[in-house]
Design a protein around this ligand. Structure first.
Ligand code: M6R
Length: 360
């Protein structure tokens, strides 16, 4: 069942290229470069969107916010479902709620959806499990088609959620005429090429993750840093590491370091940074210089040719625009996996955790 892999988590990480292909199947019309989402045919682009989710799905939602706001110019709030469900909400019939859940059975996400319904909001479910409660109770359902995810640590499900959020941003961007044609064409062309690129790279990424895991697995705490699209990924990297290796890890927006967390930095407290080639690279670089000035060791995911002097650079190929996140996500997953496996942890069944959290 594990297809020759030692754990389901590793198998599922390596399935991601196929997952992307499956998510895209039948979704793109090459004639006019449009996205096909018949599930949303009757729904106009929302004036305001609220994304509701927990854990890894919440991080996917945060990533989606950056893209939907940029391509479709729709204001998006991303809400932790357990907070949303008990808040004094301000919603009406014009609001659209996007509930993201791999399992479709997460109690808090379901409760949040039900509350939003009481206000007359339209609910879109983005889930993986066909016929799940989220799918049954939503007004519109988008399936991620990632196949069964066995490992408690979610990997390929997040990858598939990012693909659907990317398609949604394109779809609404086209409806609202906010997505320039050249960006749309690049978005289509490059995501279609992504599975092959990722498939070729994954073995190399794993080798580097293994090397780094040997150097860093004795650490008791980690800081994960990123900005922009890489900020939700920093949160996700920290979540993956803590849930399967039991090493404390915090994800932060790099710009927040100076507001407190930098006090933690010393030679025993390493940082895992996302320092990719985007418009915020120089800002991240200067944040990392502050870490180094305090003796902090740094692993930095970065791109070829960038001027960055850190303890352990992890140079990955540069992709188009937001697609860099897919490569970075795999690195974060593989690093957590290799650390946990090296430490002899029960990777697929981490202590105290269940695959789907059906209680409050
Ligand atoms: O099934 P869901 O996407 O609703 O699950 C949400 C979280 O429980 C889930 O993502 C959890 O954080 C994972 N164990 C993370 O790897």
């Amino acid at each position: 069942q594990k297809g020759g892999y030692k754990h389901f988590m590793l198998k599922e990480i390596f399935e991601q290229p196929k997952v992307i292909t499956d998510c895209l199947a039948g979704r793109i019309n090459m004639q006019d470069m449009s996205v096909q989402l018949p599930e949303l045919e009757s729904l106009a682009a929302p004036k305001r969107l609220h994304i509701l989710a927990c854990g890894t799905s919440y991080h996917a939602g945060m990533w989606g916010k950056y893209l939907i706001e940029s391509w479709a110019r729709i204001p998006v709030s991303v809400e932790i479902a357990s907070e949303f469900r008990y808040r004094d909400l301000i919603l009406d019939e014009d609001d659209v709620v996007l509930s993201i859940s791999q399992s479709g059975e997460t109690a808090d996400t379901l409760a949040g959806m039900r509350r939003a319904k009481e206000f007359g909001a339209t609910i879109i479910g983005l889930c993986n499990v066909v016929g799940s409660s989220v799918a049954r109770e939503a007004d519109h359902v988008l399936y991620t088609q990632a196949g069964p995810e066995i490992s408690v640590a979610s990997t390929k499900a997040m990858c598939s959620q990012l693909v659907l959020l990317y398609l949604l941003a394109m779809h609404w961007g086209r409806q609202k005429k906010t997505l320039p044609d050249d960006v749309r064409d690049n978005a289509v062309k490059n995501i279609l090429a992504l599975p092959t690129v990722l498939e070729t790279e994954l073995p190399r990424l794993r080798t580097r993750a293994t090397e780094l895991s040997r150097l860093y697995s004795a650490s008791h705490s980690f800081m994960y840093l990123g900005r922009g699209f890489q900020f939700p990924l920093a949160l996700e990297g920290a979540l993956k590491l803590k849930e399967i290796s039991y090493i404390h890890a915090e994800g932060y927006a790099s710009g927040e370091m100076k507001h407190g967390p930098i006090a933690l930095i010393d030679p025993e407290f390493p940082t895992f940074a996302l320092a990719l080639h985007d418009e915020l690279f120089l800002k991240v670089k200067s944040n990392l210089e502050e870490v180094q000035a305090r003796g902090g060791r740094i692993i930095a995911l970065t791109h070829p040719g960038l001027d960055l002097n850190v303890t352990d650079p992890w140079i990955i190929p540069e992709l188009w625009g937001p697609l860099d996140s897919f490569m970075a996500l795999s690195c974060l997953q593989l690093f957590a996996y290799e650390v946990a496996d090296y430490l002899g942890k029960d990777v697929d069944q981490p202590r105290n955790l269940a695959k789907s959290v059906t209680v409050e």
